[in-house]
Design a protein around this ligand. Sequence first.
Ligand SMILES: O=C(NCCCCCn1ccc2cnccc21)c1cc(-c2ccc(F)cc2)cc(O)c1O
Ligand SMILES: [Mg+2]
Length: 215
Amino acid sequence: TRTSRPQRILKAVQTKATVGDPQSVITAIDHFCRHREWAMNVGDEKGSILDSVVNEVSPVTVLELGTYCGYSTVRIARLLPPGACVITLEFNPDYAAIARQVIKWSGLEDKVQLVEGASGDWIPWMKEHFGVQAFDLVFLDHWKERYLPDTKLLEECGLIQKGTVLLADNVICPGTPDYLEYVRNSPHYNSQYYRSHLEYTKAEDGLEKSVFLGY
Ligand SMILES: O=C(NCCCCCn1ccc2cnccc21)c1cc(-c2ccc(F)cc2)cc(O)c1O
Ligand SMILES: [Mg+2]
């Protein structure tokens, strides 16, 4: 049967990128998705904003919700110092299988923990299972209607502490209106919008960065 889009993305990485060179993996995926087939990676434009936030936060522990093919996982992990890691959660086992291979091709598997499952099921276990105290950075890029409930769940589980940065993709397209309303109106968050475009298109989209101020 026909290959899947994630399988075609992996093939582009394996034919165009150099093993152990994360930037070449990023470039190969962006080229394929801009010139061959659109795919829901954060992309190069919003990816540069993601890079700047990772560099600014210098996180030791990152949570990524929504791995897809591992594009943003590689963007984040390539900027992490030794000892820092990103835990990335993917619901779809086929996406997860592709992402593992993309992450391995980039040579960053030692900085990444890929977990398969749903955010609502896994977040309550993060402390116990991974020995995480709190996350320094959370990148939200999964089901858009889960951004708000999962943020509240992370708060309840003590995984968000003073200074934790939430960075949310797609706050305009497809859009996360309830999440935006919450972080922009809560006295416990300092929020700012980074205007950009939907990956590989001219449509408006952007990232919302929200810093938790403590209780
Ligand atoms: O839907 C998007 N992403 C989510 C994919 C599914 C995540 C599933 N999942 C992963 C971890 C996880 C944990 N718990 C529960 C569920 C979980 C998405 C869509 C668009 C998009 C699409 C069409 C269009 F016309 C315009 C824009 C662009 C993006 O950048 C996106 O990110
Ligand atoms: Mg996205």
